[in-house]
Design a protein around this ligand. Structure first.
Ligand SMILES: [Zn+2]
Length: 123
């Protein structure tokens, strides 16, 4: 996305260590690729127990329902919400009111410049 596009969102989570295979199968289906390529893309993050991006390009109203029905391989309580493709790291700006990791200085929910419902498919 370009910097001046309205914000769209992503859900991240840490994968439970005993459920990595379950995650690989889920993500391979979702991205229409092989479990091997999922391993190649996410292996390092899984080893470091960093959050991985489960859903991206979603609207703000779609975030809460996804958080309520997370896949069973998610480590409980590890889920985070950010702007799409923005890693929710310790130095990433965070809005406590909306529990959102965001780009730049202002939370996009406060400025109103965000997508409410998904504008594109996951493909
Ligand atoms: Zn906010």
């Amino acid at each position: 996305m370009k910097l001046d596009d309205p914000a769209e969102f992503a859900v991240w989570a840490v994968i439970s260590s005993g459920k990595v295979g379950e995650f690989r199968r889920w993500m391979a289906l979702r991205k229409k690729t092989t479990e091997l390529s999922i391993h190649q893309i996410y292996g390092q993050a899984l080893k470091m127990r960093e959050p991985v991006q489960l859903y991206s390009g979603i609207g703000w109203e779609e975030v809460a329902p996804l958080l309520e029905s997370l896949p069973t391989f998610v480590e409980p309580g590890s889920e985070k919400v950010s702007e799409t493709d923005l890693f929710p790291g310790p130095k990433t700006p965070f809005c406590a009111e909306h529990r959102l990791y965001h780009r730049g200085g202002t939370c996009p929910i406060s400025t109103g410049d965000f997508i409410r419902r998904g504008i594109r498919s996951q493909e």
